[in-house]
Design a protein around this ligand. Structure first.
Ligand SMILES: Cc1cc2nc3c(=O)[nH]c(=O)nc-3n(C[C@H](O)[C@H](O)[C@H](O)COP(=O)(O)OP(=O)(O)OC[C@H]3O[C@@H](n4cnc5c(N)ncnc54)[C@H](O)[C@@H]3O)c2cc1C
Length: 493
């Protein structure tokens, strides 16, 4: 039995911890915050339970990552399928993303009926769905991608099937090149595609890997879910599983230093004075935060990576307690306000209402609403770090909040009059609550299968999990990453 320390109880860390505990190891999770889940956590405030970041979870379909983990751990996930998955409100039309294939195809034909490109759009959608099936089929064999050694490369090779060949022409393409090749150039369709990829691949079609983009675009058809009590329920059920298999999860224990001996992680230290020795360390951290905790012991390759890498996206969020009567028919709505402006920075927002009838989320007659937009980190920190800029920082928060509410009111006229409580979150807030570097979220933009980051740390007994490693963001993504890391650790031990 090996001693395993997991730093962080985000979905990636908690999944890895539960699987390692189930495999018979002595697992301790050290979590800085008072509850698990990180960016996919649900926090309590004055009678409401707000989803802090993630609101909608995929990967529970048969063979999906949460389903696989649930079966291994004996977890009966408390989730409810959502169909339609969400709506996208563009400046001149609304698109309902049905999970049901027939409904979805009919919807696409209806929405783009007047476009010159309608047949190309339908063809592009068919291509994306077909290649998504190929990608998910490949992923279901759990190849260790990106491979860290020849054995893993061979394993990835063995996961290939004759049908995988259909994906090869798109290996080096981005999603926009693919759409142009098919002839789907319509402005509304391009914006729709960009909006979908920004929330699922962290970048727009002109940069998103075509293959990853296909899998990300197709999430509604694979199935998305509400989690009872809020998205944090996933991590809570994982924490129960960790304990059931003899592991422990210690909250309010922020790891402030990782100790190494002879090039291996030997112990971690927390802000509460705890020193915990380990044989294996799993870090649910970004590379920057891992390097920070290692200090001078950070391997040169990790230090170089943290200097070279561009920041992740940040999120600006609003949390509102609102009257139930204003909730739209679809609980999740993405709004793009202006075709002429880049997405993010309030021009695109994602709104999610708590599930109807989920009494734990809001007082009777109300719902908990989370609204988010992608935002660049640098401007927030420039204001935060500048001693005289507090007013400017506050003004920016107020301006973002107003623009987000304006956009929300395009879907729910008069929403402001039905808000009982309103909180906001900036990258500074995310930094405080998740300890993530600069409050960046969502992992790295998915631009190519060949520059994907694996779980390596440069230290032989330490692995990263979470959305910094392939396949990146989302509760489903970090669960796939955790499965890969646990396979690797079990082979190592
Ligand atoms: C606004 C927003 C909307 C999103 N929407 C969705 C969505 O709808 N669906 C979806 O699937 N995904 C969504 N995501 C992405 C998803 O939330 C994340 O990709 C995923 O939850 C990240 O999980 P993780 O394992 O990387 O852990 P994190 O969420 O990064 O959690 C890490 C944990 O480690 C802890 N920690 C950090 N440092 C230390 C330390 N030094 N010591 C101890 N503990 C530490 C933190 O407190 C935290 O609990 C969204 C994200 C955001 C921000």
């Amino acid at each position: 039995m090996s001693k395993v320390i997991v730093i962080g109880a985000g979905v990636g860390g908690a999944t890895a911890a539960a699987l390692l505990a189930k495999a018979g190891h002595n697992v301790t999770v050290l979590e800085a915050h008072v509850y698990p889940g990180g960016c996919a956590g649900t926090f309590y405030h004055k009678g409401y339970r707000f989803d802090a970041g993630a609101t909608l979870a995929g990967g529970f379909q048969a063979g999906g990552p949460h389903d696989v983990v649930g079966k291994i751990l004996g977890i009966d996930w408390r989730v409810h399928a959502v169909d339609p998955a969400w709506q996208i409100v563009l400046p001149d039309r609304t698109i309902t993303r049905w999970g049901d294939e027939a409904h979805w195809h009919a919807e696409l034909s209806r929405v783009f009926a007047d476009s010159h490109d309608v047949s190309a759009i339908l063809r592009m959608n068919e291509c994306l769905e077909r290649i998504s099936d190929v990608v998910w089929d490949f992923a279901s064999r759990r190849p260790a991608w990106p491979p860290s050694n020849l054995a893993q490369l061979a394993q990835a090779g063995l996961a290939l099937r004759p049908r995988t060949i259909a994906a090869l022409p798109h290996l080096f393409q981005n999603a926009q090149q693919w759409a142009e090749q098919v002839g789907a150039r319509d402005r509304a369709f391009t914006t729709f595609l960009n909006a979908q990829l920004l929330i699922s691949a962290q970048t727009t079609a002109d940069k998103a890997s075509a293959l990853f983009g296909a899998a990300a675009y197709d999430l509604p058809r694979k199935g998305v879910n509400h989690v009872e009590g809020g998205i944090g329920g996933i991590a809570l059920q994982l924490v129960d599983a960790i304990k059931r298999f003899g592991g422990q999860v210690l909250f309010r224990q922020e790891v402030v230093k990782i100790e190494t001996r002879e090039g291996r992680v030997s112990a971690v230290h927390t802000n509460k004075g705890l020193r915990a020795e380990c044989d294996i360390c799993v870090a649910n951290l970004t590379p920057w935060d891992l390097a920070r905790l290692l200090g001078d012991a950070a391997p040169a390759s990790l230090q170089a990576e943290t200097r070279r890498r561009a920041d992740e996206w940040g999120a600006f969020t609003l949390y509102a307690g609102v009257d139930e009567s204003v909730a739209p028919s679809c609980d999740h709505v993405q709004v793009v306000a202006d075709y002429g402006r880049p997405l993010g920075e309030t021009n695109s927002i994602f709104m999610s209402f708590s599930m109807q009838g989920d009494a734990r989320r809001a007082p009777p007659g109300q719902r908990a609403l989370t609204i988010s937009t992608h935002t660049r980190l640098a401007d927030w920190w420039a204001l935060r770090d500048h001693p005289g800029a507090q007013q400017e920082y506050d003004d920016r928060v107020a301006a973002y909040s107003e623009r987000m509410l304006d956009n929300a009111e395009r879907v729910i006229p008069g929403l402001r009059g039905h808000v009982h409580l309103l909180l906001s979150g900036t990258p500074v807030t995310f930094r405080f609550y998740t300890r993530r570097h600069k409050g960046g979220v969502g992992g790295f933009p998915f631009t190519s299968l060949f520059n994907a980051r694996g779980p390596w740390t440069g230290l032989p007994n330490a692995w990263l999990v979470g959305d910094s490693i392939f396949p990146g963001q989302s509760t489903a993504g970090v669960t796939m990453g955790a499965l890969r890391v646990v396979d690797e650790i079990l082979q190592f031990l």
